[in-house]
Design a protein around this ligand. Sequence first.
Ligand SMILES: O=C(O)CCC(=O)C(=O)O
Ligand SMILES: [Fe+2]
Length: 298
Amino acid sequence: MTLELRPLSDAIGAEVLSVDLASPLGDGVIADIRAAWLDHNILLFRDVDWTPAQHVAFTRRLGGLHIMPGLAHETSTNHPDYPEIMVVSNVKRNGVPIGLRRAGWGWHSDGEDKRLPNMGSLLHALKVPPGQGDTAFANTTKAYEALDPAICARIEGKLGRFSRVERHNHNYPDLPPLTEEEKAGRPDVWHPVTRTHPETGRTALYIGRWAVEIEGVPKAEGEALIEDLTQHAVKPEFTYTHRWRKGDAILWDNRCTQHCALPFDDEAYERHMQRTTLEGDTPFYEAPGGARIESYVP
Ligand SMILES: O=C(O)CCC(=O)C(=O)O
Ligand SMILES: [Fe+2]
């Protein structure tokens, strides 16, 4: 069977029209979904009506699952019965938050602050506020290909330092600061800022809101460069903004995209999403001449 697809935008993404994710899917369909995912970077499925167990089971067909580590002193943001599901939500039950509020309000790819960033993520919308609560996605392969050659020459084959410790308070001002134990558990990691996709072989710009420094570039200059690269990656020609409907599920590839949850009025409205996360492998960059660098934790 060939999947029926409709592009979401010129920049990135396709909607899969011919698959009901809640139905039993053969290996052939899973292979088609994976191929379409690699072609389009993000896939949208509409009207997905499934249980958490089905959400987990489908994701597992695409790879090993990552369980989001909780930060010790905060309420767990994982589903109480399915730790493979991270709850992205501002909903409270009996006054207690049932998920992580204001998750991803800033451009990033999932797990970029970890030694093994996440391969992919599958976010399912259960409750969405009217007319807001969108998520924007950027195609970082296209962003890389359109880089100014002078900028490209400065970053090609370089590593960047990504730091949970330095950016936690800035990126999650509503969360408590990290404890010393948490800091020790989330060491800085150096990732290639131009990254070879292990399945397509294409190069993507790999930068995001946890990046703080670029190898060989003085700190302040590096910060400015990271800001310029971020602005470049999220230009309209590389991005698509999704207006969620209940039942939408979006599968994205963290190796060649960034995303950003657009802030909404979370005092007035509830927004409730559930996410499964695919484990990734060590990012690397392979130069056309064959030289290879990969991520490391000092
Ligand atoms: O809530 C969203 O739209 C996205 C949040 C996010 O960054 C994530 O689930 O990875
Ligand atoms: Fe995210």
